[in-house]
Design a protein around this ligand. Structure first.
Ligand code: ADP
Length: 497
């Protein structure tokens, strides 16, 4: 298939979260399965400063947002170790900025214009490069306009008649909502601003737009696909998702096993596999304890957490039980940035209890690898979690996750019970209620299991035996693409270009 993936970020060009890992991981996996993949991204300042090879293509693009003319040039690059092509849309006014979406905590006021322009430029890229895609695959609200453009404008044009539009939702909490005056920036007629299509409670909603106009919608885990059709997790779009439920599929993300592999990880002091996991993890733990001035006791369980410090990630639960937690024989290592009140809480904790708590407030990829390898237990008490990556990295590194039983965490961590242990499938610990007490109780179960070698060895071995490769997920995306193509009307409206 010819697949055009559009995303607002992808590793190594620009990253603020999991979407960046998914965009490049999925592109590589689809390309390895023989598809012709083109990934289209904005050319941000982050990408300019990275030592990434890129070259001009000599192609210019032009589109309009209502009365506004937008011109851009296109650069070309490649995903390392892959045939997947990357096309970078160079529009300095929109993308040569210090942040991707936000500056000093506030969204850029022209985000609607920036990403409506990007969405139109993606479609123009397909035309200028004669891509004739079978699939245009949009991701999140930033490219939510694309399915509407395909269905309303492009399907009538040569090269797009048999193109299906697919949207992946990475997080319902971000919907791209703008005041209704911004509708003109989409370049689509005002007749589409209605509650069945692009409007949601009086506002333009670009995620809803993508859901409504796509031929298939996916989200990043089967459990999250069910959850977002409920009012607890749907963030106001549950009704829309129920209505379009027949085209919604949950597909668990994979991880980049070239980057997250303890056997070949250059960031960790001793590479290890299932066969030498004990000495390997012991060496990594000792180095991590030393780095953070924690006592180098091999028997004290070390719990790690690497995370955006936001409401989503469950720091309020840690806050709620921290005194009880610190009564345990335990060490805690945190890495993250985000909301200042959580940063302050963690920083404070580390300065008051340096014997038990260590923290690094910042973004540090190398340290993230070292924490995954050096921890015994990984904490992921997220309030909600569309998929989550760190619980998968943890299992690949022989680190046992304790997770809130939501979203992708349910689908990727098998709760430890007498039955799952006996069946040799248990890989971690779930807690059900989103309360500090429930979290603490299950963490205590994990600490007890840590002291029982027979149980702990099985948990580590089960986790390290899982297949997290993108290949598994890419196969399911392929099936979804095929279903989307099969759902296209046989005779698309044809009018000359
Ligand atoms: P989300 O996309 O909601 O932030 P995910 O678990 O899906 O959460 O992905 C987050 C990604 O960002 C993971 O690869 C994680 O290791 C990484 N990450 C988050 N915070 C940091 C940090 N402070 N330093 C290094 N890596 C981080």
């Amino acid at each position: 298939m010819r697949i055009l993936l559009a995303a607002s970020e992808a590793v190594p060009f620009a990253k603020t979260g999991g979407l960046a890992d998914v965009a490049s991981g999925l592109s590589k996996a689809l390309s390895a399965r023989g598809h012709e993949v083109t990934l289209v991204l904005p050319y941000y300042r982050q990408a300019m400063s990275e030592a990434i090879p890129r070259q001009p293509t000599g192609r210019f693009l032009e589109t309009s947002l209502g009365d506004l003319k937008v011109r851009a040039v296109v650069l070309e690059s490649r995903l390392e170790g892959s045939d997947a092509r990357v096309l970078l849309i160079d529009h300095p006014h929109y993308f040569d900025r210090s942040g991707l979406y936000v500056q000093q905590g506030s969204d850029y006021p022209d985000n609607c214009e920036r990403f409506c322009a990007f969405s139109r430029l993606v479609m123009e890229t397909a035309r200028a490069f004669h891509l004739q895609p079978d699939i245009v695959h949009a991701n999140d609200w930033q490219t939510g306009l694309i399915p509407a453009l395909q269905q309303i404008e492009y399907r009538r044009q040569s090269g797009f008649e048999r193109t299906a539009a697919v949207l992946t939702i990475h997080n319902m909490a971000y919907q791209g909502t703008f005041w209704q005056q911004d509708m003109h920036l989409t370049g689509l007629g005002h007749e589409y601003f209605n509650w069945n299509q692009m409007e949601h409670y009086g506002q333009l909603n670009l995620l809803k737009t993508g859901i409504v106009f796509s031929d298939a919608v996916t989200t990043v885990s089967p459990t999250y696909a069910r959850e977002i059709q409920t009012d607890r997790f749907g963030c106001g779009l549950e009704g829309v998702l129920q209505h379009h439920g027949s085209k919604l599929t949950g597909i668990l993300n994979g991880i980049d096993i070239d980057v997250w592999n303890p056997e070949s990880d250059p960031a960790i002091p001793m590479p290890y596999s299932k066969e030498n996991v004990k000495p390997g993890k012991a060496a990594c733990k000792k180095k991590l304890q030393r780095r953070f001035n924690l006592s180098e006791n091999p028997f004290t369980p070390l719990c790690g957490m690497i995370s955006r410090m936001s409401e989503q990630k469950g720091f309020d639960l840690i806050q709620g039980c921290i005194n009880d937690l610190l009564r345990e024989d335990i060490q805690l290592v945190f890495l993250g940035t985000g909301d200042s009140h959580y940063e302050d809480f963690i920083r404070d904790l580390a300065s008051k209890r340096p014997d038990k708590v260590a923290a690094m407030i910042g973004f540090d990829e190398t340290l993230a690898h070292q924490i995954e390898a050096g921890s015994d237990i990984y904490l992921m008490p997220s309030r909600f979690e569309p998929c989550g990556l760190n619980q998968m990295y943890s299992q690949a590194y022989g680190t046992v996750p304790v997770v809130h039983a939501v979203g992708g965490l349910v689908d990727s961590v098998i709760d430890c019970t007498p039955e799952t242990l006996a069946d040799r499938i248990a890989t971690g610990f779930h807690f059900q209620e989103y309360t500090s007490d429930a979290f603490l109780a299950r963490l205590k179960d994990a600490l007890a299991a840590y002291r029982d070698d027979d149980v702990w060895d099985v948990l580590i071995d089960n986790g390290m035996s899982c297949d997290w490769s993108w290949n598994r997920s890419a196969e399911v995306y392929e099936q979804t693409y095929e279903r989307a193509l099969a759902s296209l009307p046989n005779n698309p409206p044809s009018t000359p270009e």
